[in-house]
Design a protein around this ligand. Structure first.
Ligand code: NAD
Ligand code: AKB
Length: 317
């Protein structure tokens, strides 16, 4: 494997904190530079305090570490984004333009851009096809559609090798989600394992596409390592793993924790969830680079409950 120097921006977030460890296992501890606005809770490898809206600071980091690939994870997510729409647009777009421009100017070979199911809007009912009219309802979704279009533009115009996934909601035990609409599907496991009741901010029947963190990381790395000639989608690949409602995940958890109780108090996030599809058709990802999910809801629940039981026992003990 060619020697890569990888920069992960937004490295302290739900995905970044898991992805950095995984990339360091593959490419080597000193080959992966973690960068974020905030200091990490514990520093294990190279970390740079970086505001990616600052183009010069980003360029300095790229030069200093001889960066060859960027995973650009920094963004404001759907629910937090609705609280400050203009700031969200500004941060999500400015950071991505800075990444695109530093890549173009410094000859960076590859970029990973995470998109989202939030690119779809209420015009899609049921399963979202790869090719669809994208009418997002949130400022976050609008910024992701714009990001996808700019990815396609920089690929067509400058040959920049940008790869992207439309992630479903990600479920992880290692890290907490950062202000999205799918966050309930992580929070619910924590409450269940702590032996507490859970109040869900979505209605019981609202089905959304979700994915377990291990699958999301595997998909990301597989896409980044795929032969460029096989990639037919240059805006963003649909990615699917499972789809469930709060009622269905509750029933699944109750198979392991029978006393677990959930009540429903939908808030502004319900409208966001209503505008998203139930699931995605990910046939191009399957055909082009062999994508297959390994975790369904039951396997996810087993892993989450097992890992969180250990975590909370450790905290107690
Ligand atoms: P997160 O909110 O948990 O983490 C984002 C990180 O970016 C945070 O640590 C934050 O401090 C950092 N950040 C914010 N502004 C920054 C800036 N200006 N400069 C440097 N760092 C900055 O997000 P996440 O869940 O890890 O998501 C990562 C990416 O994946 C995002 O682009 C998100 O839109 C996308 N995505 C996530 C999910 C999911 O369910 N987690 C689903 C679809 C898409
Ligand atoms: C959110 O809910 O905003 C994210 C996402 C699906 O993009 N988890």
């Amino acid at each position: 494997m060619a020697k890569e120097n990888i920069l992960v921006i937004g490295a302290n977030g739900q995905i970044g904190s898991v992805l950095v460890t995984y990339l360091r296992d593959i490419y080597g501890e000193n080959q992966v530079v973690a960068a974020d606005l905030r200091q990490p809770e514990s520093e294990t490898g190279i970390f740079v305090l970086l505001d990616a809206t600052d183009a010069q600071a980003l360029a300095r980091t790229v030069r200093r570490y001889g960066i060859t690939q960027i995973y650009h994870l920094a963004a404001i997510l759907s629910a937090n984004g609705e609280k400050e729409p203009l700031k969200t647009w500004d941060i999500n777009m400015k950071t991505y333009f800075n990444v695109l421009e530093v890549a173009r100017e410094s000859g960076i070979q590859k970029i990973f851009y995470p998109s989202s199911i939030a690119v779809f809007g209420g015009n899609i009912t049921g399963v979202a096809p790869q090719e669809a009219a994208l009418n997002p309802s949130t400022v976050y979704g609008i910024s992701k559609v714009a990001g996808e279009n700019w990815s396609q533009y920089y690929f067509n115009r400058y040959g920049l090798d940008i790869r992207s996934l439309r992630y479903p909601g990600i479920i992880s035990h290692q890290s907490m989600p950062g202000g999205g609409t799918t966050d309930y599907a992580v929070d619910i496991y924590h409450q269940a394992v702590k032996g507490e009741d859970f109040t869900c901010f979505l209605e019981s029947e609202t089905r959304l596409p979700m994915i377990y963190m291990d699958d999301a990381i595997q998909a990301t790395v597989n896409l980044m390592e795929a032969d460029a000639g096989r990639l037919t989608v240059r805006n963003s690949y649909n990615l699917a793993a499972m789809s469930f409602s709060p009622k269905e995940i509750t029933r699944n958890i109750q198979e392991y924790i029978p006393d677990f109780k959930v009540s429903y108090q939908p808030d502004f996030r319900q409208e966001i969830a209503n505008s998203w599809p139930d699931n995605l058709d990910d046939s191009p990802a399957r055909t082009d680079w062999g994508w297959r999910a390994s975790y369904d809801l039951d396997k996810t629940t087993r892993e989450m409950i097992g890992a969180l039981r250990k975590k909370y026992q450790l905290i107690k003990g």
